[in-house]
Design a protein around this ligand. Structure first.
Ligand SMILES: [Cu+2]
Length: 242
């Protein structure tokens, strides 16, 4: 027990020093991205702000809730998570696996003064916003939570669903061979589709939305994005080639 207390005291001293070093505005300031320091985790890695394709805003409230509490991203996508504290007390957003967050929360209970500062977390003072730039590299279900003692236990947890559709499906060239509106199908003569490791050929695709077929006719040259949706080759975006 003595040993544990000594560790707790040391941890608190370190944390106080860290808090002072960060100053009052501290964590709200953007981190400096350094590709050489990025580490892979089970839930992704620190993202390059220059590659963020989307900003997702999440509000944090003293009711111990995140709004929205569910966010969805695609595998490989780099997003800017902006957490705004609408409450009167400190909140934080920490990304992780359900397991890791649970363990981290236990640790926070043991050492209440502990203040971590890692790329997958933002500590946000009342009325302020914090930011995490993150690339989700693994498909699956993950979480974000406020690990301030009592908050996590009160249910301040949200869910991140990372879909297995790769974010950056490349655009390909094609030429329309047949439009089948009744079946929601489109036959395209297409160039190589790197995402499937497929050479150029003519084949039938499903379309994500039958409306995408409006205005298309045989012989049209197009730029399109193909992805596998529920196992079927599907055109998820299409536009006339110019
Ligand atoms: Cu909180």
């Amino acid at each position: 027990m003595k040993k544990l207390q000594a560790f707790a005291a040391a941890a608190l001293t370190l944390c106080t020093a860290a808090a002072l070093a960060h100053g009052n505005e501290g964590h709200a300031a953007a981190r400096t991205y350094d590709a050489a320091k990025v580490q892979d985790t089970a839930f992704g890695r620190e993202g390059d702000p220059a590659k963020a394709t989307r900003t997702i805003r999440v509000d944090m409230a003293d009711t111990m809730r995140f709004t929205p509490a569910n966010i969805t991203v695609k595998r490989g996508e780099t997003v800017r998570l902006v957490a705004t504290n609408k409450g009167q007390v400190l909140h934080e957003m920490v990304l992780g696996t359900a397991d890791e967050l649970q363990k981290h929360a236990e640790l926070m209970k043991k050492f209440p003064g502990m203040e971590h500062d890692e790329p997958h977390m933002a500590h946000v003072k009342p009325g302020k916003s914090g930011e995490i730039v993150w690339q989700f590299t693994q498909a699956g279900d993950f979480q974000f939570a406020c690990l301030i003692p009592g908050h996590f236990e009160a249910g301040m947890v949200g869910k991140v669903t990372v879909s297995a559709d790769d974010a950056a499906a490349p655009q390909s060239d094609g030429e329309v061979r047949k439009v089948d509106k009744a079946q929601g199908k489109l036959t395209l003569r297409h160039g190589p589709l790197k995402q499937f490791d497929m050479p150029a050929m003519t084949m039938v695709f499903r379309v994500a939305d039958p409306k995408m077929l409006d205005g298309l006719k045989d012989g049209d040259k197009v730029k399109f994005t193909a992805e596998k949706v529920n196992g079927a080759f599907t055109v998820t975006a299409i536009q006339p080639a110019r």
